[in-house]
Design a protein around this ligand. Structure first.
Ligand code: SAM
Ligand code: SF4
Length: 466
């Protein structure tokens, strides 16, 4: 059992340091060679990723972005998957210096939603048109313990409102034991997410001051235990701003390589949160190693080239402008209309109970209209997970490019569902125009398949997927 190891030696600190030292100013010819390999969408080696992190020449930067756009377009086309976070509790026994939910922070109103309150939140999300939620909680549960989370998953799946329902729940809660992962999997969750925050041990120790989260290795082996527990879609991430982003990207690559080595498949998604102001946290407003907007775009572009088939998630921590810019560079999933305070959908956003400040406050309908105006297809598709196309099975379809034949029509049919059931007239007209344009660009076979599915949706059928 791999997770019985106690030290994550696969994060090789000296190797990362020496690679970064060697690549502070990569040679232009070498960068171009790497970028032309990257355009084949087969991924990059650790050394190649290190070289890309070092580039700063504006011309090369432009070429990096162009390569990322090319890979994003080839693999994901114009789809962007939408979800909403659902904060069920901000009780927490840890002391993460950057987070408003940390145990000793007195500035935050604590609460764990009751199952009825969770259902009420879900009802509101469903009535906006959401089909996917990310369940989020601090690391301390009400008296039921971990059963509270399992109950929340059941409650969320149980909500029905007209045509509306949540079809996929992803979960971002503190690392679990293998036995707990088995139980979580049995509730039918999609992806299990947890972010290492920083892979750099020394920095990790400095910002995690008390509680179970002080244990770097328990956290980093969470994905091993999740996979041993049968969860084959896992999501990892770095909280950017804590340590040097170049270092973190290489460590993230080593984490993925380790999962591939042990389980034959890496992670399903990568999240790229940047530190945002949080009540009661100095470090959140003054990140020790801030990541500039240019570097943030670089991070997304490099990840897109390094692991072309892994989803990249962009949350509403970022502003609408940054979000727009990164869609083209590689982002494949975005949250919209988010609240980070438990009860926030019913009661509105308030900073006292929130985990951090949001950068994008727009409602789902506005985000969808914006995304569609830019030519992206907002997708609520959940087909893969429901048809068991997860983990290795998903990658086997994704790598030869076959997944697109499913994603494109599924994206359009779920978008049309949204337009018919929830959109404002303005968004509906932007959306219908986009659907027409997208269909015109499909091959004959894809168009026929898609039109058949769209006709079913127009006739009142819902949840049409292939
Ligand atoms: N409590 C669990 C944990 O820490 O893994 C799960 C949920 S935690 C609420 C979700 C994530 O929020 C953390 O992993 C961290 O990366 C992020 N986060 C915490 N404080 C933040 C801040 N000030 N700005 C941006 N993201 C933050
Ligand atoms: Fe608790 Fe998670 Fe916030 Fe840390 S990041 S204080 S574990 S909610």
């Amino acid at each position: 059992m791999t997770s019985d190891e106690t030290q994550a030696s696969f994060i090789d600190h000296p190797l990362i340091e020496s690679l970064l030292e060697r690549h502070t100013r990569p040679d232009a010819a070498r960068v171009r060679e790497i970028l032309s390999k990257a355009r084949l969408a087969k991924g990059l080696s650790l050394e190649e990723v290190a070289a890309l992190t070092g580039l700063s020449d504006p011309e090369l930067l432009g070429e990096l972005f162009a390569a990322a756009r090319h890979v994003k377009e080839t693999i994901y086309g114009r789809r962007l998957v939408l979800f909403a976070p659902l904060y069920v509790s901000n009780l927490c026994s840890n002391e993460c210096a950057y987070c408003a939910f940390r145990a000793r922070n007195k500035e935050v109103d604590r609460r764990a939603l009751t199952q009825e309150e969770i259902a009420q939140e879900v009802d509101l999300l469903v009535s906006q048109g959401h089909k996917r939620v990310l369940l989020v909680a601090g690391e301390s549960y009400p008296k039921e313990g971990f059963d509270y989370v399992l109950g929340a998953v059941r409650t969320i799946y149980g909500v029905r409102d007209g045509n509306g329902e949540i079809r996929r729940i992803n979960v971002n809660v503190a690392p679990l034991s293998v036995a707990e992962f088995v139980r979580l999997k049995a509730e039918g969750i999609g992806t299990y997410q947890v972010f290492q925050e920083t892979y750099h041990r020394e920095t990790y120790a400095k910002v995690h001051l008390a509680g179970k989260k002080t244990d770097y290795d328990w956290r980093i082996f969470a994905m091993h235990r999740a996979m041993e527990g049968g969860i084959d879609d896992v999501g990892i991430g770095v909280l950017f701003g804590l340590y040097d982003w170049r270092w973190e990207i290489l460590a993230l690559m080593q984490h993925i390589a380790e999962l591939e080595r042990v389980f034959g498949v890496g992670c399903h998604t990568i999240s790229v949160p940047r530190l945002e102001p949080a009540s009661g946290s100095l470090i959140a407003s003054h990140p020790p190693q801030p990541v500039s907007d240019v570097d943030f775009r670089k991070i997304v572009a490099i990840l897109r080239l390094a692991v072309p088939y892994t989803g990249i998630i962009m949350s509403t921590r970022e502003t609408a402008l940054i979000r727009r810019e990164t869609f083209a560079l590689g982002v494949s999933q975005i949250s919209a209309g988010s609240r980070t305070n438990p009860g926030g959908y019913a009661e509105g956003e308030h900073y006292d109970g929130s985990q951090f400040a949001l950068g994008d406050h727009r409602l789902l309908d506005e985000v969808i209209r914006d995304v569609a105006t830019l030519g992206y297809i907002p997708s609520f598709c959940t087909a893969c997970y429901r048809l068991g196309r997860t983990g290795q099975d998903f990658m086997d379809l994704a790598k030869p490019g076959e997944i697109k034949a499913h994603c494109d029509p599924n994206g359009l049919s779920t978008f049309l569902e949204y337009l018919l059931d929830y959109a404002t007239p303005e968004t509906r007209s932007v959306g219908e125009k986009l659907i027409g344009e997208v269909l015109a660009g499909f091959s004959d076979r894809a168009r026929t398949r898609s039109e058949r599915m769209l006709a079913k949706v127009r006739a009142g059928e819902r949840d049409v997927y292939c």
